[in-house]
Design a protein around this ligand. Structure first.
Ligand SMILES: NC(=O)c1ccc[n+]([C@@H]2O[C@H](COP(=O)([O-])OP(=O)(O)OC[C@H]3O[C@@H](n4cnc5c(N)ncnc54)[C@H](O)[C@@H]3O)[C@@H](O)[C@H]2O)c1
Length: 249
């Protein structure tokens, strides 16, 4: 499956990441369908994609998107509760909560339903791709595709390949990242380690910030201020934890 074969994209799970990922695909011309479990969750995701802090209306207000592109983007995404509606997708991006068994169950279900040529990509924050891919037969078309929050805004996506991931799948995902206006980093799956590149380094940094706080070396506010002003970080280490969990609202 090459980049030009990808037209219909299924996003499994709305929420903080799935909504931003779907918004990005739709804004870049892909027909996108998001599956979540009930109408309330779907409505919450739809609202954040349109009206949220990093939503499409904000892009228009800031002059980053024309009203015509806004209308076209909104027309390109839809929602469903029925997983069977993802049957004809060329690519699935999975963004359900970070629970290994849940993700494996979701992929096993999708493997039976979605057309065989389709690529499966997981937005897992750190589970080994060579573990997740045990749930499917299409191991050559299974890849990690790890976005950062807020997904519509952040410019980097990690493409994680397991030993079974084909070179064609990696090439397609890298080309896709570029088509979506992102830079991609190619990352080798490292079973037994959690977090690929970004999160491994990020977690080490947060763990040290927490130690500094617990030892009473400085207040949370001062820890954040030192890192913001001393290293030009946009947010301090302890602020970043809140942003990632709550979606930078
Ligand atoms: N939040 C972040 O900063 C961040 C960044 C990068 C990657 N991630 C990863 O992205 C994934 C999603 O995280 P999130 O923060 O968006 O979670 P979230 O809880 O905001 O969203 C997950 C959504 O998946 C839905 N869901 C649960 N089971 C489902 C199923 N069987 N089918 C379809 N939808 C289902 C939930 O109802 C929910 O709306 C996780 O793997 C997480 O580790 C998160």
């Amino acid at each position: 499956m090459g980049i030009d074969d990808i037209r219909l994209v299924g996003v499994m799970g709305g929420g903080v990441m799935g909504g931003g990922i779907a918004q990005t695909f739709a804004a870049h011309g892909f027909t996108t369908i998001v599956r979540d479990l009930n109408d309330d969750l779907i409505e919450k995701t739809r609202q954040s994609m349109v009206d949220g802090r990093f939503g499409l209306k904000g892009s228009v207000e800031r002059g980053k998107m024309s009203p015509a592109d806004y209308e076209a983007t909104v027309a390109r995404f839809s929602f469903t509760r029925d997983v069977a509606d993802l049957r004809e997708c060329d690519l699935i991006v999975e963004a359900v909560p970070e629970n290994l068994d849940l993700k494996k169950g979701v992929f096993a279900e999708l493997d039976d339903i979605v057309k065989k040529e389709a690529i499966f990509a997981s937005n897992t924050s750190g589970f080994a791709i060579s573990d997740l891919n045990r749930a499917v037969a299409r191991k050559d078309r299974f890849v990690g595709f790890h976005w950062f929050s807020p997904a519509f805004i952040m410019k980097i996506v990690e493409v994680i390949y397991a030993p079974e991931t084909s070179a064609e799948t990696v090439a397609t995902m890298e080309a896709l990242g570029e088509r979506l206006g992102k830079t991609t980093a190619r990352v080798k799956d490292a079973p037994g380690k959690y977090g690929f590149v970004g999160n491994r380094i990020y977690f080490a940094m947060v763990a040290e910030a927490r130690k500094v706080l617990d030892e009473g070396v400085a207040s949370a506010e001062d820890i954040n201020t030192v890192m913001r002003l001393g290293y030009n970080w946009p947010a301090g280490p302890l602020e970043m934890v809140t942003g990632a969990r709550k979606g930078w609202q």
